[in-house]
Structures are given as structure tokens and as C-alpha cells.
Ligand binder design. Structure first.
Ligand SMILES: Nc1ncnc2c1ncn2[C@@H]1O[C@H](COP(=O)(O)OP(=O)(O)OP(=O)(O)O)[C@@H](O)[C@H]1O
Ligand SMILES: [Mg+2]
Length: 379
């Protein structure tokens, strides 16, 4: 999968850009605050129509402008696609191959991206929400319909919580809760099943990558932590069938019934689950060094590349923002070598000398200054 052309208008500090990236490695060099991350953010917008930096889409519109437009031409499985996003103060519109789409979520599956940003360390150090969002977006990129299931689940959860919250005002019969529970079990078990299946594959790939990174010293494993009573070890549970998960979820809902009425909130379901990362059996979040946390995220990213390739039959696009300075030469080279040849890669850096000569030699290099991009040979 390759982006063959990208146009941006009034996207943050990029007022106008028309760029035809190389099929391989593209490096964007510039001092701080010039627009490198803004450019990567513009590409990332095409994963699900959302920024990774803000929940308020209108923030990406250049100051004192009223709308932004980003247009991408994509070559995928020997076909060309044209994706266009327009964002104004109140709305977003999406056009795919010239046809207006009602839902921005229709974008999912067109542009598959693996991104590695400095903030990704929160995947380890942050709270469970970040890890759930990570796995759900990963699945949404490759499994059609999964994103919609998550949205339906969130809507249901909101309604169920409202019901519990207002229970003291309007006494409701257990029948209403049972109807909600049936839907929660149906949607919730689909989410859990997909997460287990995906985590199992990712964990196997991440384990291999981690061995390579650490010269087989560290054994990286991943867990799925759920209150519904699934055994944590992902290698043991991936074969659980849907009925078994439904049964566990149903039993958990029964068990928390009284507590839910007391606390007035839903206390069972995949919205409470978490992913654990362990090195040699110890939780990386609690016991891992900074370096081990960084290596864990890197292994996960390398695993994502292979996972998406095996699920979609094509290498995704790789975005690397400022992370190369965080990796030593060996890890940097491993990452770029894994990507080299078959992955279109966009790298943002303030200091190109951090990169190995062998990597610079085969890259297209752009200087970024004040939101303007100059290709190296144009200088
Ligand atoms: N909506 C916006 N309109 C105009 N400019 C914006 C907007 N949002 C952010 N900026 C500006 O964009 C500039 C560049 O930001 P960006 O994050 O791309 O920098 P960068 O080149 O990645 O720098 P660094 O090396 O520090 O990460 C900043 O000066 C910021 O103030
Ligand atoms: Mg930046």
C-alpha cells in the first residue's frame, strides 16, 4: 500500500502542500515547530477520520481559516483510490473516489497505518483506556464491521448506565435490565472474542520481535485481563469459543447485579478490560526499566506491521514521529530494515545525523520550514 500524492490546505501550519512521496522511505527534517508532526497527523487522519492529538477536529484547521482539506491518492492492490476529507468548524465530510460518504468511519480499512509516536509509551505506562483504544483501532483497521460493533456497545453502555443512574427516581423492572444484558452479552462477547484472537496473533509476533531486539535475553508475553474470569494467559485462552465467553459475561453480570444498583454503573463487560505486558513474567508497567518499556512498544509496533500484512495481504504504511532519537542504532536499524523495501515509511526528525548512512542513502529527504516542504534536491 502506498500514498502516491498528498495535498493539504490550511491544515494547522501547512497552508498549501502538494507532495508526491517516494514508495519507500521519506524523511522530513526540520527544527522544532515547523510542521513535521502536523504533516504526519494529516496522513493519520485517514485511518478513521480522527486526529491522534485532539478529539476536537476543528483544532486542525489553520488559525484564522474556516476549513481544512486533505486529499490523498492511494495505490493498493494495484488499484488507485482517492480519499478526500474536508473539516470545518462544525462538521467533517468524506469523499471516496468522488462519492460523498455519510459516515467518516467508512474510511476504516482503506489506509492501514502503523504509527510510532513519542506518546505511544503511554501504551505501557498509561491507563487501561489507552490500551483498549489501541487494540480496538488495530482490529477496526483490518476487520470490517468491528468499529461499528464497538460503537453500538458504547451506545448501549451509555443507555444502561443512564438506567442504573436514574434507578432511584424511576424504579425499573429487572426485565428491562435483562433486555439490556442480552445485548451487552451479544456485543460484548463479540468484542472480547476479536480482542483475544488479535492479541494472540500480536503477542506471538511481538515475542519474536522482542527476542531479536534483546538478543533473546527477554521473553515478552501479553495478557488479557478481564473481570469476567478469562484466564489471563493469552496463549491459553485464544481458543475459547463465543458461547463460553457469553456464559462468563452473563455470570459476571449476575454476580455484580446488586453492586451495580448500589454504584449505579455497569460493572461487567469489555469496557473494563485491560492488556498486560510482561517481561520474563514481570509486569513491564510496574517493574520494567525505561529501556524495557521502550523496547516493548517497539516490539509491538514490529508485530503490528506483520499482523496487518498477514491480515490484509499488504504492508501498511509506517509513520515514525521523532522516535528514532529514542532508539539506539541497533533498534533503529532493525525497525527501518523490517520496513525497508516493502513499506512506505514517513519519518519526522530534527536531526538527520541520528540516522545511519545506509538508511539516509536510500531515502527521499524533505526539509520542513514554517509549514513549507522542500525536497532535498530542490535546495
Ligand atoms: N491550528 C493550527 N493553525 C496554525 N498553526 C498551528 C495549528 N496547530 C498547531 N500549529 C502550529 O504548528 C507548528 C508546528 O507544529 P508541529 O507539531 O508540526 O512541529 P514539529 O515540526 O513536529 O516540531 P517538533 O520537532 O517540535 O516536534 C507549531 O508552531 C504550532 O503552533
Ligand atoms: Mg513534532
Amino acid at each position: 500500500m502506498k500514498i502516491t500524492r498528498i495535498n493539504c490546505y490550511n491544515f494547522r501550519n501547512i497552508s498549501k502542500l502538494d507532495l508526491k512521496p517516494a514508495a519507500g522511505l521519506n524523511i522530513f527534517v526540520g527544527s522544532n515547530a515547523q510542521g513535521k508532526s502536523n504533516f504526519l497527523e494529516a496522513i493519520y487522519m485517514f485511518v478513521a477520520g480522527r486526529s491522534y492529538r485532539t478529539n476536537r477536529s476543528s483544532e486542525v484547521i489553520s488559525f484564522s481559516q474556516d476549513k481544512t482539506e486533505v486529499h490523498i491518492e492511494l495505490n493498493k492492490r494495484e488499484s488507485n483510490f482517492s480519499l478526500y476529507l474536508c473539516i470545518d468548524e462544525n462538521s467533517k465530510s468524506l469523499t471516496i473516489d468522488g462519492i460523498n460518504r455519510k459516515k467518516v468511519a467508512d474510511l476504516l480499512g482503506y489506509l492501514n497505518i502503523v504509527s510510532f509516536f513519542p506518546k505511544d509509551l503511554v501504551l505501557i505506562s498509561g491507563g487501561p483506556k489507552q490500551r483498549r483504544e489501541f487494540i480496538d483501532l488495530e482490529i477496526s483497521q483490518v476487520i470490517p464491521g468491528y468499529y461499528q460493533i464497538c460503537q453500538q456497545y458504547q451506545r448501549l453502555l451509555k443507555q444502561r448506565n443512564m438506567l442504573l443512574k436514574n434507578a432511584w427516581q424511576h424504579s425499573f423492572s429487572d426485565n428491562i435490565l435483562t433486555t439490556f444484558n442480552d445485548q451487552l452479552i451479544d456485543l460484548g462477547s463479540q468484542i472480547v472474542m476479536r480482542r483475544l484472537e488479535t492479541l494472540y496473533k500480536l503477542s506471538m509476533l511481538a515475542k519474536l520481535a522482542h527476542r531479536q531486539i534483546t538478543d533473546a535475553e527477554d521473553n515478552l508475553t501479553m495478557n488479557y485481563n478481564s473481570e469476567i474470569g478469562i484466564a489471563d494467559d493469552i496463549t491459553q485462552v485464544y481458543k475459547l469459543n463465543r458461547e463460553a465467553v457469553e456464559d462468563l459475561l452473563s455470570k459476571r453480570l449476575q454476580a455484580v447485579k446488586e453492586k451495580e444498583k448500589e454504584r449505579r454503573v455497569t460493572l461487567a463487560g469489555p469496557h473494563l478490560d485491560d492488556i498486560g505486558f510482561l517481561i520474563n513474567g514481570h509486569d513491564v508497567k510496574r517493574f520494567g526499566s525505561q529501556g524495557q518499556q521502550r523496547s516493548t512498544v517497539l516490539s509491538l509496533k514490529l508485530a503490528e506491521l506483520q499482523y496487518m500484512r498477514s491480515e490484509t495481504g499488504e504492508m501498511p504504511i509506517l509513520l515514525l514521529d521523532d522516535v528514532l532519537s529514542e532508539l539506539d542504532r541497533k533498534r533503529q536499524t532493525l525497525l527501518l530494515e523490517t520496513a525497508a523495501g516493502h513499506t512506505q515509511t514517513f519519518v519526522a526528525t530534527t536531526d538527520i545525523s541520528l540516522l545511519a548512512d545506509s538508511i539516509i542513502k536510500r531515502a527521499s529527504i524533505y526539509q520542513v520550514k514554517g509549514g513549507v516542504f522542500f525536497q532535498q534536491q530542490d535546495l
